[in-house]
Design a protein. Sequence first.
Length: 648
Amino acid sequence: MYYIDVVFNIPVDRSFTYRAGEEIGVGRRVTAPFRGRGLTGFVVGGSPREPEVDYEIKPIGKVLDREPLFDPPYLELASWVRGMYFASLGETLAAMIPGARRETGLPPLAADEEEMTPEPPTLSAEQERAVREILERPDGATYLFGITGSGKTEVFLRAAAATLEEGRDVLYLVPEIALTGQVTEAIRTRFGPGAAVLHSRLSPSRRLAEWRRILRGEARLVVGARSAVFAPLRSLGLIILDEEHEGSYKSGASPRYHARQVAMRRSAVERARLVMGSATPSVEAFRLLRDGSIREIRLTRRLAGGSMPEVEVVDLAGEEGVFSRRLSEEILATHRAGRQTILFLNRRGFSHFFHCNACGYEMTCRRCSVGLTYHKKRNRMVCHYCGYTVPPVDVCPRCGSLDTGFFGFGTEKIEEEAARRFPEIRLARLDTDAAREKGAVDRVLEDLRQGRIDMLLGTQMVAKGLNFRGVRLVGIILADTGLHLPDFRAAERTFSLITQVSGRAGRFSPDGRVIVQTFLPGSPAVRLAADGKLEEFYSLELETRKALGFPPYSRLFRLVFRGKQAGEVASAAEEAARVLRREMGGTAELLGPSECPLGLVAGNHRRQIILRTDAFGNAHRRLGTALKAIRPPRGVHIEVDVDPVGLL
């Protein structure tokens, strides 16, 4: 008889003992009875000696793996993630191992195809210097800070090839939105069967097969999205973190890890090189660059014959409709020149909200504290948080007035307006609604590549990665949508988005143009992005963060309490606050409890406590002790987020 310790994907941080007919090593999955149902768990230990426990030791069901999916040293990484992000070991392993938990993300788009060719192009002098500086050290962190179109990807690939020649493995991380068959095929063409792919669009069985190839040493270069940071490479020599600023590197479910932080941990422990890159670094990364904590390499030239586009800010005050006079003029001029336009709006649907002019009523989701968006093609009012839908109305439900309307605008409305104003222009829309149809994304992008589309309208899906020769004009329909969010990162995100979207114009020609429409032309995030003044924006943002005590000048912990009963949630948050004030011992400033900016999501009332500290280690330890003393009532759940990237 053999006794094994098993952990499950549940928020209970302990293992459970089962008996097996033979020895089962660490790293295999088994099915086992648990509270009246069969669950899949991970074996994390075992012994031939029967342990003393206060429950009946039951037999396992099946052993699911012939070979282990991880080894004891890999458990050390899992234990670090578990401790860092206050998760259970079972939840952590479920997030790390393919097929155990589905990773979510936007449908991916094409990446920079001209930068990512199967055959290595000739490097520029800047690129050669960058590769040389990356490789001159066997470990340590480097930041590749380059304008859009400057050839960062080719630098990454050359550094990867050189690392493989050293006999060391490579992990190449990209945001979910940038990973496509085109990218992976280019990598496989260049690196052959030694490359493996891990991302959410693969089936669980396919991801598991790739995982086993990595374990066997058949794949020494792994390319993937957020969870690929856990790939079980045995001799890690290089981690590449492309588009370092992207929020999609942060997990939204327990453990709420950040791939950047895990990459830093792995590179330090395994003595590997870490190379991060972006045209718009996160504010945290920029401060590290300024302080000299991370070595910086700059790329300043576009390589495909283009130059940085001319950017013009247009004040929407006094304009009629969603297309300003200047944007309309440039769209027509671009079309007459036989070139293409990309229009960007960070909001899908037909309109933003339903409003009654008589009493001020706005139609909101009955399960969430957000307005419903009208989708004209579906003829439904839709909540973009929980999916709740209702038919649209013509009469105000509160006062019965007919003086109502749909205000704001989404991509559907822009599409309709563009078709009316520019009937001669062939238009396609690309957002998560349009992309639901299988193959729609690839079809639209191929039409754009072949010149069968004159104008592409999209949401954040088109913000980066698109790199087509025919694109002359980029129009940002409304640049300041994100500035109104109650989040200290709002300006940073707006600046990054404008800069990244603008980078789609003029990649291959010197006449690229960008029109930025806004109701806030004086906003520093809008103005400085349009002027290309990165250093000035980051300096201003750092001054603001320092004055307000926000990251990178502090570290945050966010505790969200959610449940169906508002009173129970509020009471649980207040009781937790009392425990925290007692246990934290002055290591952190306690903000709240208060209602979350989105106070109701999917029928759950939400309140939050934010802890702000400049003594992270002490505060983290004390929070761990406090969490053990916090006992919310049944039906109230606590979500703990270390270093949150959003506060909604």
